[in-house]
Ligand binder design. Structure first.
Ligand code: HEM
Length: 184
């Protein structure tokens, strides 16, 4: 078995969410995508600020996501200084708290697998459909970065990886709900 097989059901659950369809539709509004990026930024900042290290520093996403956020702010005529923390959802706040408490390298790598390998793989499809330059999805030397992640994986990480997928799915649910509420 591989982590991919062990978490296939969780990946499928995430992909089946209505918000996954919105991301892939080519029609997501800038405001909704901005909210998504603000939430992703909080998640990645949390991962990139633990005492554990990413398998390769080039995987780091926080600054790239900030570039996308700033581009959208400009586009939407928002002030750079605008604090968008009111866009953070409940599951993001929970996730940030969760990541800060990770106490083993194995658990940390499970988060790296779900987030960063996801961006290196499926993320490349999403990149073509969302507003802006998509710095978030641009990696230097992506094949080697994927290898660096694979070299750290073992099947014992499956349970933690499933939790990470569940957080991501929860965010998709929240994102869709807010989008409908706000009529975006
Ligand atoms: C819009 C929704 C999504 C789409 C369309 C999508 C699509 C894909 C595709 C096409 C692949 C490559 C599959 C392959 O290599 O055979 C992939 C891989 C992956 N995706 Fe997604 N995905 C989505 C959501 C997510 C989410 C929310 C996560 C987790 C946060 C995620 C994590 C992953 C991971 C970890 C892999 C690599 C699996 C492996 O090779 O071990 N995906 N995705």
């Amino acid at each position: 078995m591989s982590l991919k097989e062990l978490t296939m059901q969780q990946h499928r659950d995430a992909e089946r969410q209505k918000f996954a369809g919105v991301l892939m539709s080519g029609k997501i509004s800038k405001k909704t995508y901005l909210r998504y990026l603000v939430n992703q930024h909080a998640c990645y900042s949390a991962i990139e600020n633990t005492s554990f290290s990413l398998p390769n520093k080039k995987l780091e996403r926080s600054e790239n996501i900030i570039k996308d956020i700033n581009e959208l702010k400009l586009d939407l005529k928002l002030e750079f200084s605008d604090n968008l923390s009111n866009m953070l959802t409940e599951s993001t706040l929970e996730y940030v708290d969760y990541v800060q408490k990770i106490s083993s390298e194995n658990d940390f790598i499970a988060h790296v697998y779900v987030r960063y390998l996801g961006d290196l793989r499926g993320g490349q499809m999403i990149a073509k459909k969302v507003p802006g330059n998509g710095f978030y999805y641009q990696f230097e030397d992506s094949n080697n970065l994927a290898k660096d992640i694979y070299s750290k994986l073992n099947d014992d990480m499956a349970e933690e990886a499933k939790k990470v997928f569940n957080f991501a799915t929860q965010l998709f649910i929240e994102m869709y709900d807010v989008m409908i509420q706000q009529d975006e």
